[in-house]
Design a protein around this ligand. Structure first.
Ligand SMILES: [Zn+2]
Length: 484
């Protein structure tokens, strides 16, 4: 009797599994491709975490639980009702760069690494922002990197090489984008600019050209206060290059609060764009999650992911006021660093190892070793929580110091590119190992990326998709025509 009962159950389970699989197959055949939504969202937020894979999202959430003491704390982005996952490969590599990944997210087409919103054959691919501008929808581009960096660039320019940042800056003039805010004023001011640091090789002052076209211009980190106090009276346009290069890492920014946070900038973007009657399309990039992970900086990645989540909370506040008209989509472009949450043969993460760190690896720690060993050890004791180095840990740092002091060639697979230096890399790896986090690379990885969505048309952003399908789904929901 018992056996027969089990057998019946077994058959029932088999049938159920069969039914689910059958439905899955039929469902895929019928529902493949984006559907036109009955309701078209008037307000669209497209959040992109550069380098933000599943590990980056999850460790930020666990860290939030660690510092708040609330084991149920979630990232807002991880609580959205629709979740999906997407592949990221480019036309010429299974490991994408930000230009090809961004092109897919902005235009729905694949291209080669390094290319900004063009097909591999050089044809321009229409972007979601260009499509929005054609329909007289106000648009915005916000980033914590230079505005001319790959992810913001793909939405409002076309170039065969992401490194042509001076050309990309000039392209923005004719984009019609109503709100620009990020870093990178070095590509907008003429050569031999007053402080002599422009990267331009001509005499164009693009910021003046933007002002001549009616933009309110905020031209450096000195204008942060002015930017914070600015409020539009009506339909106004903004070009804000709030830093020479990238905006600071959140970890460094929050020490002084001199620069506006990504959440503050997003709030300003909403304020400006919501003055337009025809709705808006706003892209917001948390651009430095990627940079932190290139430098294998765990807390740098966590803080910038939390800063992106804060920015998303500003969109969520807006959504709560306009729930029937707003769509919020959150994606990453690729994973960076091969961030592993777990290492060796242990079953723990020790996130308390990260709570005393007061500075980023890339922007601060890499500048700290100048040959004075005692000063360096004192510095990392005070600012990186490393006041109790084991003999083995100290030996790792001393070995890196020997390499630097001796001018010895080293393996980039071990110590990363020369811009970081072996001492900073040895130090950040000690911190990661203490937390039980491990990294496989100083570059990107090919892992698939989580996405989530909320609001009108959000149901189109679930499933296991390719990154090109996200832009296509967005175009489908909004009634835009992108390149087929
Ligand atoms: Zn990227």
């Amino acid at each position: 009797m018992f056996r027969r009962n089990s057998f019946t159950k077994f058959i029932a389970v088999l049938m159920l599994v069969g039914l689910v699989l059958f439905n899955g197959v039929v469902g895929f055949a019928i529902e493949d491709g984006p559907k036109a939504s009955k309701n078209v969202p008037k307000y669209v937020f497209y959040f992109i975490g550069d380098g933000m894979g599943a590990a980056q999202r999850q460790i930020a959430e666990y860290y939030k639980q660690e510092v708040t003491g609330d084991k149920d704390a979630k990232l807002l982005m991880n609580s959205f009702p629709t979740a999906g996952i997407n592949t990221t490969y480019s036309s010429d590599s299974l490991i994408t760069d930000s230009a090809a990944a961004g092109t897919a997210l902005a235009t729905g087409v694949k291209t080669n690494n390094g290319v900004i919103s063009k097909l591999p054959d050089g044809t321009n691919a229409k972007t979601l922002i260009e499509a929005a501008e054609e329909k007289e929808i106000a648009t915005g581009i916000i980033t914590t990197t230079r505005l001319t960096h790959a992810t913001p660039a793909v939405f409002a320019s076309h170039n065969e090489d992401r490194n042509n940042e001076n050309e990309i800056a000039a392209d923005f003039l004719d984009s019609g984008v109503e709100f620009f805010a990020g870093g990178g004023n070095r590509h907008f001011v003429p050569q031999n600019w007053e402080w002599g640091k422009s990267k331009r090789e001509d005499d164009r002052n693009l910021l003046k050209e933007f002002a001549d076209r009616g933009y309110n211009v905020f031209e450096s980190s000195d204008s942060a206060d002015e930017f914070r106090k600015y409020h539009p009276d009506g339909e106004e346009k903004v070009m804000a290059t709030l830093a020479y290069s990238h905006l600071p890492y959140e970890l460094d920014r929050k020490q002084t609060n001199e620069n506006p946070s990504l959440a503050e900038i997003t709030e300003k973007g909403i304020e400006v764009l919501s003055k337009y009657n025809n709705g808006f399309f706003l892209m917001v990039e948390g651009g430095r999650i990627d940079h932190a992970c290139h430098a294998n900086d765990a807390i740098g990645s966590i803080d910038d992911t939390l800063a992106l989540d804060e920015a998303i909370s500003k969109a969520y506040e807006f959504y709560k006021k306009h729930p029937k008209e707003t769509l919020i989509v959150v994606v990453g472009d690729h994973e960076t660093g091969g961030m592993g949450l777990g290492f060796s043969k242990n079953y723990f993460l020790k996130l308390d190892e990260l709570t005393d760190i007061k500075a980023s690896v890339e922007d601060v720690l890499t500048q700290k070793y100048d040959g004075n060993r005692d000063a360096y050890f004192t510095y990392i004791a005070e600012n990186f929580g490393l006041n109790d180095l084991t003999e083995k840990e100290k030996a790792e740092i001393l070995k890196a110091m020997d390499i630097v002091d001796g001018g010895v060639e080293y393996d980039v697979a071990v110590y990363g590119p020369s811009s970081y230096g072996p001492v900073a890399v040895a130090t950040t790896h000690i911190i990661s190992e203490r937390a039980n986090i491990e990294w496989t690379t100083f570059a990107h990885s090919a892992t698939s990326i989580p996405m989530s969505a909320l609001g009108v048309g959000a149901e189109n952003f679930g499933g296991y998709k390719d990154n090109t399908e996200i832009a296509k789904a967005m175009a489908g929901v909004l009634g835009f025509d992108l390149m087929k």
